[in-house]
Design a protein around this ligand. Structure first.
Ligand code: HSE
Length: 319
C-alpha cells in the first residue's frame, strides 16, 4: 500500500455519505489508513465543507452552515485524488452523478460510487476514460451493498462465469415475503420504506428497474454486451398472494446472450427460494466451481458504506 497521502472528496452527504464518513472514522486505524483523509465534502443542503473533523455529523445537527458551492467547480478546484460520488439515483440520464464522475476521472481522480445510474447507463464510456487516465472507477455499493457479489470473482482467478442469477432488490423480496405471510402489498411496501430500503421513487423497485440496473452492472463488469435498455423487465405488480406463497421471487438473470428481471416460481430446493425479507442473494455459476452463492443485506447506511470502504481498499492496495 502506498504511503503517500490520499485525500477524499465526498459528493453528496445524505445517508450513504454520512454512513461512509462515520465508518471511515471508525475503521481508519484498523485498516491502516492513517495516510488517507476526507479532505472535502460538497452537498446541496450542507454546502462545501473543507477539512472536516470526526464530529462533523454532530456539528451539522447543531446547524452550522457552510458556503454553497457549485459541485463541478469543487471537483475542478479540489486537490483530492479520490472522489466518492454519493448523489441521488437517476435511471433516465444518470445525471448529475454522470457529469461529476466524468469530470473527476478526466482530472485523473479515482472514483468510488454507489450510484446505479452512471454505473448501469454509462459504464463503458466511464470505464474507458478511467483506463485512459490510469485511475479506478469502482462501484461495489451498487450491487448488494457491502455483501460480496460480483467481487467474489476476485477470489476465483481464471473462473469463467456461465450465468448470474439473484434476488437483488430487498424491497420487492420484502413485499413478496410479506404477501406470503398474508399481508397486503401496500402495507408491505410501507414497511420496506420504513426500513430505509425502498428507492425514493419505489416504482423503481416494484417495476423491476432497480434489479435491472444491478444485473446490467454485473453484466458490464463481466464484459457481456447487454445494455440497460436490453433488459427484459417485469416487476411484481401482477404477482398474486398465492404465487408469493408458492415461492415466486423477483429474479434477475444474465448470461452472455440473455438478460432479464422477472417474477419466477422457484422450486423448494432452490437455495434462492429460502431468501426472505429484505435479504439479497446471488448465485454465480462458474466453469471451475459450479454454483457459488453469497447472501446478505443489499442496502442500509453502514452496509452501503462498507461497500465504499471495500472499493477504497482496492484503490489503496493498487496505489
Ligand atoms: N431499493 C433497493 C432495494 C436499495 O430495495 O434493494 C438498494 O439498491
Amino acid at each position: 500500500m502506498s504511503s503517500e497521502q490520499s485525500r477524499i472528496l465526498i459528493i453528496g452527504f445524505g445517508t450513504v455519505g454520512q454512513g461512509f464518513f462515520e465508518l471511515f472514522a471508525r475503521k481508519r486505524k484498523a485498516l491502516g489508513l492513517d495516510n488517507v483523509s476526507i479532505s472535502e465534502i460538497v452537498d446541496m443542503k450542507y454546502g462545501h465543507i473543507t477539512n472536516p473533523t470526526d464530529d462533523l455529523i454532530n456539528q451539522l445537527k447543531a446547524g452550522p452552515t457552510f458556503p454553497k458551492k457549485d459541485v463541478m467547480t469543487v471537483i475542478k478546484e479540489s486537490d483530492a485524488n479520490i472522489v466518492c460520488e454519493f448523489t441521488w439515483l437517476n435511471l433516465k440520464t444518470a445525471e448529475p452523478a454522470y457529469s461529476h464522475i466524468r469530470e473527476s476521472l478526466e482530472m485523473g481522480k479515482h472514483v468510488i460510487t454507489t450510484n446505479k445510474g452512471p454505473s448501469a447507463l454509462k459504464y463503458r464510456e466511464l470505464m474507458d476514460l478511467a483506463n485512459r487516465k490510469k485511475v479506478k472507477f469502482l462501484m461495489k455499493g451498487t450491487v448488494m451493498a457491502g455483501t460480496p457479489s460480483y467481487n467474489l470473482l476476485d477470489l476465483l482467478p481464471g473462473a469463467e462465469v456461465k450465468s448470474v442469477r439473484g434476488i437483488m432488490n430487498g424491497t420487492t423480496n420484502y413485499i413478496l415475503t410479506s404477501m406470503e405471510q398474508g399481508k397486503n402489498f401496500d402495507v408491505a411496501l410501507k414497511e420496506a420504506q420504513d426500513l430505509g430500503y425502498a428507492e425514493a421513487d419505489p416504482t423503481n423497485d416494484v417495476d423491476g428497474l432497480d434489479a435491472a440496473s444491478k444485473i446490467t452492472i454485473i453484466s458490464h463488469i463481466l464484459g457481456w454486451k447487454h445494455e440497460f435498455s436490453d433488459v427484459n423487465i417485469e416487476g411484481i405488480r401482477k404477482v398474486t398472494p398465492e404465487q408469493a406463497r408458492d415461492k415466486t421471487k423477483l429474479i434477475a438473470y444474465a448470461d452472455k446472450s440473455k438478460i432479464y428481471v422477472r417474477p419466477t416460481k422457484l422450486s423448494k430446493d432452490d437455495i434462492l427460494s429460502g431468501v426472505t425479507g429484505v435479504t439479497n442473494a446471488i448465485e454465480i455459476d462458474t466453469d471451475t466451481m459450479g454454483k457459488v452463492y453469497s447472501m446478505g443485506p443489499g442496502a442500509g447506511r453502514t452496509q452501503t458504506a462498507q461497500a465504499a470502504i471495500t472499493d477504497l481498499m482496492t484503490i489503496m492496495k493498487n496505489s
